[in-house]
Design a protein around this ligand. Structure first.
Ligand SMILES: [Zn+2]
Length: 388
């Protein structure tokens, strides 16, 4: 008899997750989490027995040390408290660049990591079938340095907590950037399958995530990368997704699904070059929901990148609708706070417009994806008993 999963969804959020400012001109703006939450609230997302709003907790230092080095954790704490130290650059920090030092960054990073851990706990204790921690998904952080706007790697820390319970974990990352920190953490194990779809490292930070990065030792075949060309749109993206994600997950048979749902794949995202709309993004989230249902496993959904604030609020609201089995209306509700309406810049939740991609660009992105998929099937599929 398959285990009977609970049917409720949980959203892990409280305002302190959205209050910090990395730097006035920094593209990562935590206020996007408040906009998403306020939009969900006016949609009635937390009404009814099928959806719970759950506060985050603070991660403990011991939990961080599952992945991060003690001297790095101590350095983040010192820099956060305003202590200066020689060459913070060796920990990835600087006053300019991707990872600025800002007061309170240690506490902010402990809270976003703890939010994802709280989500994982709701699942393993059977209190929810799916938990969404939009403040999480900080997939670039490395054991001893900050990277790509990420200080502590909450996906890795949460996955370690699941591994400690003897679970086999499938991690699927649909952020525009390669999930390099998560891949790095589990590169040599077959207990965690990582799958990342992203804009090719030839064109975008962090410059990794090529098909030939497949894992090492026992982990060979358990790191799966699907690099895509700039300007890849909904249809090509979804085709590539369906060619890889359902078969490898089906073969791996995980006990739990962890996903990073960055929405910087959006066509108007200011720092990347993929070309998804809310339609393609929502469809990818639906396909992940379908995977969790088919495999009859709980689903920990994490946030991630997303630098067009309208896309973040609308697409993550749509994503939580899918997770909680709700169908939102077309229009942004009248009661939406003015600040949020201004950030959204439109009156509909779903895109009405789509990027106009010239035919030759569409053709080039399709050919690029076909090459990638051919290579993934030839190199990776045999490790899972799948036909190329
Ligand atoms: Zn990203």
């Amino acid at each position: 008899m398959p285990m009977q999963l609970p049917t409720t969804a949980a959203y892990v959020y409280a305002d302190p997750l959205s209050r910090h400012v990395l730097r006035q001109d920094h593209p990562m703006r935590p206020v996007r989490l408040r906009y998403t939450f306020e939009l969900l609230q006016v949609l009635g997302a937390f009404d009814g027995a099928q959806s719970q709003l759950v506060p985050p907790r603070i991660a403990t230092e011991a939990e961080l040390l599952a992945f991060h080095t003690p001297d790095y954790v101590a350095a983040v704490r010192s820099l956060s408290g305003g202590l200066s130290m020689p060459s913070p650059g060796r920990y990835g920090f600087g006053h300019t660049g991707d990872n600025p030092i800002y007061p309170g960054m240690y506490e902010a990073a402990l809270l976003s990591t703890g939010a994802s851990l709280a989500g994982a706990e709701l699942l393993v204790t059977g209190k929810a079938a799916v938990a969404f921690s939009p403040a999480g998904g900080l997939h670039h952080a490395m054991p001893s340095n900050a990277s790509g706007f990420c200080i502590f790697n909450d996906p890795v820390v949460a996955i370690y907590a699941l591994l400690a319970r003897g679970m086999k974990v499938a991690y699927v990352d649909i952020d525009a950037h390669h999930g390099d920190g998560v891949q790095c953490a589990f590169y040599d194990t077959d207990a965690v399958l990582t799958v990342s779809l992203h804009e090719s490292g030839r064109y975008l930070f962090p410059g990794t995530g090529f098909v030939e990065e497949m894992g090492s030792g026992k982990g060979v075949g358990y790191s799966v990368n699907v690099p895509l060309a700039p300007y890849t749109g909904d249809d090509v993206y979804l085709w590539a997704f369906e060619e890889v994600v359902p078969p490898v997950l089906g073969a791996f048979k995980p006990d739990i699904l962890v996903t990073q749902l960055g929405i910087d794949t959006y066509y108007n995202d200011p720092i990347t070059h993929l070309a998804l709309t809310s339609r393609g993004y929502s469809r990818a989230v639906e396909l992940l929901a379908q995977q969790a249902r088919t495999l009859n496993i709980p689903w920990l959904a994490l946030g991630g990148g997303g630098y067009n604030l309208s896309a973040v609020a609308r697409c993550w609201a749509l994503a939580y609708g899918i997770m909680s089995g709700r169908q939102w209306p077309e229009s942004v509700p009248q009661e939406t706070p003015v600040e949020v309406v201004t950030a959204l810049g439109k009156t509909t939740l779903r895109d009405k417009d789509a990027p106009a991609l010239p035919a030759q660009v569409q053709e080039a992105t399709r050919r690029f994806a076909e090459e990638t998929i051919k290579e993934v099937k030839a190199r990776v599929f045999p490790f899972h008993g799948l036909r190329a």
